[in-house]
Design a protein around this ligand. Structure first.
Ligand code: ADP
Ligand code: MG
Length: 314
């Protein structure tokens, strides 16, 4: 392709909300053999919603939600936002004035009358959050987080989590003072175009893959809905780049589509990194392409554009 053709293609991309960072990135996309999708926020809407809660301790639902929301108040994770939102609505019905204060939880979580005081907060990527409330350790996250901290998961709680996961939901476990006190179920629906795009890629001779930090059961349920057979689950943020490299081993050109901080190493490792425009700045920086319309259809637009631009010289 001539420099003019590359310039024209870059302009066509931009007009369609596909920002391409350079001619090399435009050229590599025509050869893509695998497209690796992140799950949360990429294949799914990233608008998690709490659908169920179950308390396994001597406390009422309101107390439970206050504790969990307090622990998550300093987290930027979509799951944390879902929990805060749910707890705030719950308290709105219980106690409207407290809920009004809770609206501002992000501004000044520590001094909100509704949320509890939290100390030693830490976010544990791929696992959850940890902090201290009333001098006791609070853990909110997946099984691994609880197990690493020596918390036993009773069989009735495990059964509840499995049920959630089999219906494509993520189970979030909560421990207080080393005892499991409850579970929340979070749903995050697929983007409307996801199924069609996965099918479209396959028709183009490209293999779709899903990679996620979420657990295997939820991952499998979501993959089934979207029509992807090849999945990697329970992958820690650093591990996503290794997944990309494993597909590159035989010389294949690999694209990664992602939105999160935890996707940026994989976006950088991929031959073609594509960031969702609504994603985090770090993901956008690491990528070669930015999909400004946030539609997965533009993964196909991008590959098509490259194929059309470079077909004449092959
Ligand atoms: P993904 O790869 O799907 O974007 P992450 O790597 O961000 O997922 O997180 C993996 C898993 O870690 C989540 O599915 C959840 O179980 C747990 N997790 C991470 N952050 C949080 C949090 N703030 N609260 C509760 N659970 C969390
Ligand atoms: Mg994501």
């Amino acid at each position: 392709a001539t420099p003019t053709a590359v310039m024209v293609a870059t302009g066509v991309g931009a007009n369609n909300g596909v920002l391409i960072k350079g001619g090399d990135a435009l050229e590599r996309a025509q050869m893509v053999k695998y497209v690796v999708f992140d799950k949360t926020g990429t294949l799914t809407q990233g608008k998690a919603t709490v659908t169920t809660t179950k308390v396994f301790a001597e406390m009422d639902r309101g107390e439970f939600l206050t504790l969990v929301a307090s622990a998550e108040a300093c987290s930027e994770h979509p799951l944390a936002k879902a929990i805060l939102e749910y707890a705030r609505h719950f308290h709105f019905f219980e106690e409207p004035s407290a809920a009004m204060e809770a609206q501002d939880h992000r501004k000044d979580a520590k001094f909100s009358g509704w949320l509890l005081d939290v100390s030693e907060f830490s976010a544990l990527p791929g696992r959850g959050v940890q902090c201290f409330i009333n001098g006791k350790k609070v853990l909110v996250g997946n099984r691994n987080l609880l197990m690493e901290n020596g918390v036993t998961i009773p069989s009735d709680a495990e059964t509840f989590v499995v049920e959630l996961e089999e219906s494509a939901k993520t189970g979030i476990l909560v421990a207080y003072d080393a005892v499991l006190i409850g579970v929340l179920g979070v749903a995050d629906p697929l983007k409307r175009e996801a199924v069609v795009v996965v099918e479209g890629l396959r028709k183009m001779g490209i293999k779709p893959v899903m990679v996620t930090g979420d657990n295997w059961r939820t991952a499998q349920a979501v993959a089934k809905e979207v029509g992807i057979q090849d999945i990697r689950a329970e992958v820690m943020p650093a591990g996503k780049a290794d997944v990309i490299r494993s597909f590159q081993k035989d010389g294949s050109t690999v694209a990664m589509v992602g939105d999160g901080i935890n996707d940026s190493p994989a976006l950088a490792a991929a031959d073609v990194g594509m960031a969702i425009g609504a994603g985090t700045d770090i993901a956008i920086e690491a990528a070669d392409y930015v999909l400004m319309r946030n539609s997965l259809e533009d993964v196909i637009t991008a590959i098509d554009l490259s194929r059309k631009t470079f077909s004449r010289i092959r």
